[in-house]
Write a protein that binds this ligand. Structure first.
Ligand SMILES: [Cu+2]
Length: 347
C-alpha cells in the first residue's frame, strides 16, 4: 500500500514538469493566489511584465466592488494564498519568427510505434551532478533531491526513485499521426499566431483504440517557455532549461503544446488535456534506453507524444491523471500517455 502511494506521488512529480499557463489569460481573467506568489511575479508570468502589477490591483479592486469573491487589495505587498485576483488581457504582441512563418508537415507510419510504460530513468551526472555537488534540481524542469536514488556508497546518482513517463519500458503498438504546424510567433505571450493541426491514433497494450486531436495551441508556459505554442529548429531538454531534464539535450525540428481531446474506442474521455508533441534527434539506443547527452543520435529523428497528468481548467492547470483506461501492474490506471513514433516523415 505504502509503495503504491509513493509510486503515485513521484509519478505525479515527474509528469507535472510540463506545466502550462492558464489558457483563459489570453483574454484576461481570474487568478487564484498560490503559495510563494507576489503581485510582481504574477504580472510577470501572466502579462509578460512585472511592472504591470498595478493594473491587477486596480482591476481586482474594481471587480471587488461588484463581486466580493474578488479580493480587495489594500497593500500590494500583502496578498494571501487563495485570494481571487482579476488579471487584464495582454497588451503586448510577442515577436515573430525571423524570416517569416515556418510551415511544417509531418506524419508517422505504423511501422514502429511504442507505448511507453512507467519506468526509471538513469541520471546523467553532467545534468544532475553528484550527491556532493548536485545539479539540475530547479523547480519544474529539474528533479528534486528526494526523487533520486544513489549508489550504495552514496557517491553517485543512479536512477529516479520511482517510475515515471521518461522510461525505458515499452510495449509495441500500432498507430499513425498527422501534423501540420505553423510557427509564426517566436516567444511566449498572451496571444499567438502559431497553429497546429494534429491528429493521432494508436492502440493500447490491451488493444483499446485511442485517438487524439489538438483543439488549440497554448501560447505561454509559466515554468518553461512554450515559444508561442509551436517552436521550430531549436534545442530543448537537458542543459537548456526548457522542458524536463530527464530527457537529454536535443535538437528539435518542431514541437507544439496544446489542448487536446482524447477518445478511447470511439468515445471522448477528455477534451481539456495538455498535449505535447515533438520531432527531435533520436534519444534512444539500440535497446531503446534513453541516452545521456553524449549519446544523442543527430542522424535520426523520431516523434514523441506526451499527455502529462495535467488538465486545463478555467482556474488554470490542475493535476489530474489522464483517463487512459490502462491498468498498470500495480493495479492503478496509468496516469499519463507517452507514445513514440520511430518511422517519421518530415517535410
Ligand atoms: Cu518533448
Amino acid at each position: 500500500m505504502n509503495i503504491r502511494r509513493i509510486t503515485l506521488a513521484l509519478l505525479l512529480a515527474a509528469t507535472s514538469l510540463l506545466l502550462v499557463a492558464p489558457v483563459a489569460f489570453a483574454e484576461g481573467g481570474a487568478y487564484t493566489v498560490a503559495a510563494g506568489d507576489t503581485l510582481f511575479e504574477i504580472a510577470a508570468k501572466l502579462l509578460g511584465d512585472g511592472n504591470r502589477y498595478l493594473e491587477i490591483v486596480q482591476l481586482t479592486n474594481e471587480q471587488h466592488a461588484e463581486d466580493s469573491g474578488y479580493a480587495f487589495i489594500e497593500n500590494p505587498n500583502l496578498i494571501e494564498i487563495g485570494w481571487k485576483l482579476a488579471v487584464p488581457g495582454a497588451a503586448f504582441t510577442p515577436g515573430r519568427v525571423a524570416g517569416g512563418p515556418v510551415w511544417v508537415k509531418a506524419s508517422g507510419s505504423s511501422a514502429d510505434v511504442r507505448w511507453i510504460l512507467p519506468g526509471l530513468r538513469n541520471l546523467d551526472p553532467k545534468i544532475f551532478g553528484t550527491p556532493d555537488m548536485p545539479l539540475g534540481f530547479e523547480e519544474d524542469v529539474g528533479l528534486p533531491l528526494e526523487a533520486r536514488m544513489t549508489n550504495e556508497e552514496g557517491t553517485e546518482y543512479t536512477t529516479t526513485a520511482a517510475p515515471g513517463p521518461f522510461s525505458d519500458n515499452f510495449k509495441m503498438i500500432e498507430g499513425t499521426f498527422n501534423l501540420e504546424a505553423v510557427d509564426a510567433t517566436l516567444i511566449d505571450g498572451m496571444s499567438t499566431e502559431d497553429k497546429v493541426d494534429f491528429t493521432a491514433s494508436f492502440t493500447g497494450p490491451d488493444g483499446k483504440q485511442y485517438s487524439l486531436k489538438i483543439l488549440m495551441v497554448i501560447p505561454m508556459g509559466p515554468d518553461h517557455p512554450f515559444l508561442g505554442g509551436v517552436a521550430t529548429n531549436f534545442m530543448q531538454h537537458g542543459m537548456t532549461g526548457i522542458g524536463t531534464k530527464l530527457m537529454p539535450t536535443m535538437y528539435v525540428y518542431v514541437a507544439f503544446w496544446g489542448v487536446g481531446e482524447l477518445s478511447i474506442d470511439g468515445e471522448v474521455v477528455a477534451s481539456n488535456r495538455i498535449v505535447h508533441g515533438m520531432i527531435s534527434s533520436n534519444v534512444r539506443d539500440e535497446e531503446y534506453k534513453l541516452v545521456f547527452d553524449d549519446g544523442v543520435d543527430n542522424s535520426k529523428i523520431h516523434f514523441h507524444l506526451i499527455l502529462p497528468n495535467i488538465e486545463v481548467t478555467p482556474d488554470g492547470p490542475q493535476t489530474s491523471p489522464v483517463p487512459t483506461g490502462f491498468e498498470m501492474p500495480n493495479g492503478m490506471e496509468q496516469p499519463f500517455l507517452h507514445i513514440m513514433y520511430e518511422d517519421v516523415t518530415l517535410n
